[in-house]
Each structure stands twice: as C-alpha cells, then as structure tokens.
Write a protein that binds this ligand. Structure first.
Ligand code: ASP
Length: 309
C-alpha cells in the first residue's frame, strides 16, 4: 500500500509571535487539527485524494478564523466575493469558481464544476446560476459577518487601498486555505479557497482559483496549493512551475518547491508559501514569510500543526 498523507494551510505572513494570544493560537491550532483529521479520515478509509482535500478545505471554510468561506474578507462594496479551485492529479480534471457570493463552501462548487459541467472555470453570475441549478442554498450575509474582518475593511474603505488579509506589521498576512493529499492508490489532488483581498474592486481575482497559478495537481509530479500575494503568484505561474521543475528538470518535490518559493517568486517580488505532495506521499511546505498556518498528517504516524518557522 502506498504511503498516504495530507497537508493543509490556513494563512501565511507576518504572524508576529508576540501579537498572537495563547487563546488565539490554540483556536487556530484546533481548527487546523480538525481539518487535518477530517481529511485524513477520508484517506484512511480508502477515500480519494479529491474527497480528502475537499473535506479538509470545507472544514477550514466553516471556521471564521480563515479568509475563506465563513471568514471571507470584505470587498470595497461591503460584500464577499470568493474564489476556489480543485484539481485531480489522476486525470488532470479541474474545476474552479470565482467572484461568487453566499455560497457556504466554494470548494464544493468548484468540485461540482469539475464533475458536473463541461467546463473548468465559472465566474460571477454564471457561476451563481450553476450553483442554483445544482441546488445550492444561499447563506445570508450575516453568516459571513465577522467583527475583525469588518474592522479591517472599515479601516481602508473609501480609499484606493486593497490589502491582503491583515497582519500587525504590514498588510501582508494571507488567509487563503488549501489542502493537498496523496491517497492509498497513489493519486494526488489539490484544493484552494479564498475570500481574496480586503476592499478589492473591479472584480479582482487572485491566483487561488487559477489552475497552474494557485493550484495544480498531476500524478506524474505533484499537487500544489499556494498562499500569498496573488498578483505575483499568477505571474510566476507558481503551482505549475513546481510541477515543471520536477517534470523537466528532474528536481525532487522538496527541491522544486523550495526553488520556487525561496528564489523564483522572491525574484519577482512575491511573498507567501505553498504546500505540496507527490505520488509517494512526500510533503513539502516552504514559505518565505515569518509564519504559515499549516499541518500534516501521514500514514507513517506524523501529525504536526505549526505556525512559525
Ligand atoms: N492568494 C490569495 C489571493 O491573492 C490571497 C491569500 O493567499 O490569502 O487572492
């Protein structure tokens, strides 16, 4: 039997240790562990990598602590616009949604795009129409209301500023969530979900729903979910770049992911991180920020939930 494993992330950036209260730290760690356990249970019971990453991301979307689903940040017009994508490394099938509102679990809608439509990427009103036709119920705006997120938005509303989910030092804490997994059959998958940036306008879309930029999976190489400054991750085609370094240059998962995060993305000015898995169940989680909420759980008994370097 193949080693099976799952990794998740829930935000990266200047997570300054002193600014975090013990209570908050515990809450984050508990939410991460819950998501890890949920995804791992699917793998343990013989479920697919796709199901495992969807399940873990749904758990993170249901927590107000992360910038995805329930905890999504506010747009310039005080609404929530969410993006998500999922990819199956076994057959390169993928699904993505962007600029959607009121959907409790955007990652499930992305999976439905992959499995129930002829398309890969649906956005805005059309994506909402697809959700309705697939019997999604819409949550009220109150479901997505969070005092902290609202305050973050109030601080910059009516300005031209837009910013990544907050940190104490500068506007560089990213709260996107994601999961990558390798199942018992050696199939891998990646899922990513986000509320994007506070006070975003003009239908801004980041890397998270873009296959190849924020999310990618291919059994031949790796499954990757990214977190960070989306504009740079799009230009760096980060997730696919990791895969390409493995496929064309023969780098290992660790070498390829570290090369991209610690060198190539930095060279163009991007900060953030990624989680990645290969079809042997190996995991790599590099980031070039001070911290990244992350966790791994494997069939070899590893179970880690970490925040700082
Ligand atoms: N990458 C996301 C975006 O640009 C932000 C994040 O990682 O929090 O939309």
């Amino acid at each position: 039997m193949n080693k099976f494993s799952i990794a998740i992330h829930g935000g990266a950036g200047t997570l300054v240790k002193g600014m975090m209260t013990p209570e908050k730290e515990t809450a984050y760690k508990q939410a991460l562990q819950k998501a890890l356990d949920a995804g791992y249970a699917i793998l343990k019971n013989g479920g697919t990598a796709v199901k495992a990453v969807e399940t873990a991301v749904k758990s993170l979307e249901d927590s107000h602590l992360f910038n995805a689903g329930k905890g999504a940040v506010f747009t310039a017009t005080e609404t929530h616009e969410m993006d998500a994508s999922i990819m199956d490394g076994k057959n390169l099938e993928a699904g993505a949604v962007s600029l959607i509102s009121g959907i409790k679990n955007p990652i499930s809608l992305a999976r439905d795009v992959m499995e129930k439509s002829e398309h890969v990427f649906l956005a805005g009103e059309g994506a909402m129409q697809f959700a309705k036709e697939n019997d999604y119920q819409l949550e009220n705006p109150e479901y997505f209301y969070d005092e902290l997120r609202h305050q973050q938005w109030l601080n910059i509303k009516d300005t031209d500023n837009f910013q990544l989910d907050h940190s104490a030092k500068k506007d560089s804490k990213f709260g996107t969530v994601g999961a990558v997994a390798c199942d018992k059959n050696g199939n891998i998958a990646a899922a990513t979900s986000t509320g994007g940036m506070t006070n975003k306008r003009y239908g801004r879309v980041g890397d998270s729903p873009m296959i190849g930029a924020g999310n990618y999976a291919n059994n031949k190489t790796c499954a990757v979910s990214c977190i960070g400054s989306g504009e740079f991750f799009i230009r760096g085609v980060v997730a696919y770049d990791v895969s390409c370094l493995m496929e064309y240059k023969g780098l290992s998962l660790k070498e390829a992911s570290e090369e991209v995060i610690n060198k190539r993305i930095l060279e163009i000015g991007g900060d953030g991180g990624l989680i990645a898995v290969d079809a042997q169940g190996n995991i790599s989680m590099p980031f070039n920020t001070e911290g990244m909420y992350r966790g791994i759980k494997t069939s070899e008994g590893e179970n880690l939930v970490l925040i700082y370097q």
